[in-house]
Ligand binder design. Sequence first.
Ligand SMILES: C[S@@+](CC[C@H](N)C(=O)[O-])C[C@H]1O[C@@H](n2cnc3c(N)ncnc32)[C@H](O)[C@@H]1O
Length: 380
Amino acid sequence: MEMAARRALADLKVGDAVARIPKLTCLTIMTSGARDMIQGAGLDGSLGLAVAVMYERSLGEQSPWAPYLAALPEQEPIPLVWSADEVEELLRGTELHETVKEDGGVMWEDWKESIEPLLPQIGSEFRSFFGFQHYLAARTLIASRSFQIDDHYHGVGMVPLADIFNHKTGAEDSSPSLSADDISVSHDVDDDLEMIMVKDVKLGAEVFNTYGLLGNAALLHRYGFTEPDNPFDIVNIDLELVLQWSASLFSGQHRRARLSLWRRLGSSNGFIDSILSVKSGKLSHITAELSETLLLTKTICKALLSLADLRESLYGENSIEDDIEALRRCCCIRDKKLYHSLMLRISERKILQKFRVFASSSSQVRTGEQASKRKKLKRK
Ligand SMILES: C[S@@+](CC[C@H](N)C(=O)[O-])C[C@H]1O[C@@H](n2cnc3c(N)ncnc32)[C@H](O)[C@@H]1O
């Protein structure tokens, strides 16, 4: 049924409106029966919306959103609701590991500070719907399905119908039959939201939305899935790792001087910014831009290789080949968490592999250039 709704029921052309959704039918802080309580507590954004979702869920059939809420899963199995063991085992080394570990604590604080104090205002028969687990479940639905409806009135909200479409990356998708990013959401029509086709889609084909230009870490974090060959994947190398590496080579004083130089260069030099994004506390973006720069000396290439080794070691004992084999053996529906975490690990490790190849080949080129310079000097 749900799948049928996502498939085109007729040939669709660019400009066709596939849905028009009145804002008043969206579940937002402003439309929820809990509006006064939420506004009285000064809650807004996803936190306020989570209270609205829990409140409407607590009303059961009495809620105007009962049919919509019944169509949603209890929660979306994003890493926020994975067990600590799963986070440790499946996300170790990945871009998500530290973030997800922090998420749990932040959510607990939010609940303690903002939601627990509301409990006395809630009838005792409904209170159980506002517990921490219910809050987490509401947050997973909001992470994976909410839309920014407008800036000033409704803010963020749940939009029935607009959220049935799956995501596909691929503005560059050259496939003419069906491609990603088929729909755009327009806010212009009075108090309605419209979903407009931005690509032609044939009868029976799945219609996709796009959730943004997101790498696999972001997709897994917010929506619980990953995509193969995602062009937006990145690997960051924490400044901590750079400091760890430099500690094995330089004195404390030298390291501090280096760090302050990186910080100064980081704010004025695009290249340094791209490898040493010190402002965000990360050494980041392993990109082909590197080859353009004179800074890519043999010593730097060696340093980059050591950093790649250190970054790689965070994934634990399994090699990328082990991960690829494990992925081949697992089922993306039955072993969803394992499948998508392996996809993330593999996509990150492939970037590190490319980086390593790049740094070694650049290092060889530089060695060749240096040798020929020496020869020329000798001849002189
Ligand atoms: C806004 S909902 C999309 C509709 C949802 N699939 C449903 O059946 O109601 C977002 C969720 O759909 C799933 N999803 C969306 N795009 C996907 C994709 N390309 N691959 C796998 N799962 C996807 C994820 O579980 C995600 O959290």
